[in-house]
Design a protein around this ligand. Structure first.
Ligand SMILES: Cc1cc2nc3c(=O)[nH]c(=O)nc-3n(C[C@H](O)[C@H](O)[C@H](O)COP(=O)(O)O)c2cc1C
Length: 223
């Protein structure tokens, strides 16, 4: 039994009223809409680029947070280890979903699309821009594999540091980006009485350029 004074016992009483932002109208194309919402999120909340990435796995759906590191009309880009659990799952089934959960703004953006690896040049460029410690860490980690101890992790880190003591740390081959090319994007704005605004853009189940207004149909959904 949960203690009555525990925050967990009060979850059903926890209620936030939405709607202070006013109503939302659909924009012309999803790129313009997303750009505008992202600019507002960046001004108002911490880590607006933290997003949920959902993948299909043999044991059912899987999900974790990754950082959005680029958006252009081709899609949404994040970086990771290609041999991690998510990397192997994407290799088997490239259909993924993203959720940007902007709670403090009573907003979320949901994306469904196809993930493809970024070019080596794009991965190299982003890897080179990372702090050196993160570069070393990326080389020292076999992401999602079991490791004996924190000490073993530090030893692996130190080995990589020693190996590249006087040199730039090269991007490991198994580390790089994915771009999610969307065919469905939903913008959700919380409203009073749980009567929210939802606009969904769809491109006939095929990924389309986000700024190509003619490729997208937009519909308002019931909350
Ligand atoms: C705020 C936050 C940001 C993260 N950003 C990334 C990221 O950009 N890339 C990444 O590979 N993992 C990132 N992670 C870690 C992942 O959530 C996850 O633990 C890791 O990628 C292993 O996932 P997998 O075993 O499903 O492959 C982040 C976690 C948090 C909480």
């Amino acid at each position: 039994m949960t203690d009555d004074r525990s925050p967990l016992s009060r979850l059903s009483d926890q209620r936030v009223e939405y709607g202070a932002r006013g109503e939302v109208a659909a924009g012309t194309d999803p790129f313009t809409f997303f750009s505008q919402w992202y600019a507002e999120a960046q001004a108002e909340i911490r880590e607006p680029n933290a997003m949920l990435l959902a993948t299909a796995s043999d044991s059912g759906p899987d999900a974790r947070i990754v950082l959005l590191k680029g958006v252009d009309p081709a899609g949404f880009t994040f970086f990771t280890n290609y041999t991690s659990a998510k990397g192997l799952q994407i290799a088997a089934d490239a259909r993924v979903a993203l959720v940007l959960p902007w709670h403090d703004m009573h907003r979320q953006v949901r994306v469904q699309g196809i993930a493809t690896r970024t070019s080596a040049a794009v991965s190299d460029e982003y890897f080179a821009a990372r702090p050196r410690g993160a570069q070393v860490g990326a080389r020292a980690s076999h992401q999602s594999q079991p490791v004996d101890s924190r000490a073993a992790m530090h030893a692996a880190f130190d080995r990589v540091e020693a190996e590249f003591a006087d040199a730039e740390v090269p991007r490991p081959e198994q580390w790089g980006g994915y771009t999610v090319a969307p065919h469905r994007i939903e913008f959700w704005q919380g409203q009073a009485n749980r009567f929210h605004d939802r606009f969904v853009y769809e491109s006939a189940d095929r990924p389309a350029a986000l700024d190509d207004a003619a490729a997208w149909t937009v519909a308002r959904l019931d909350p």
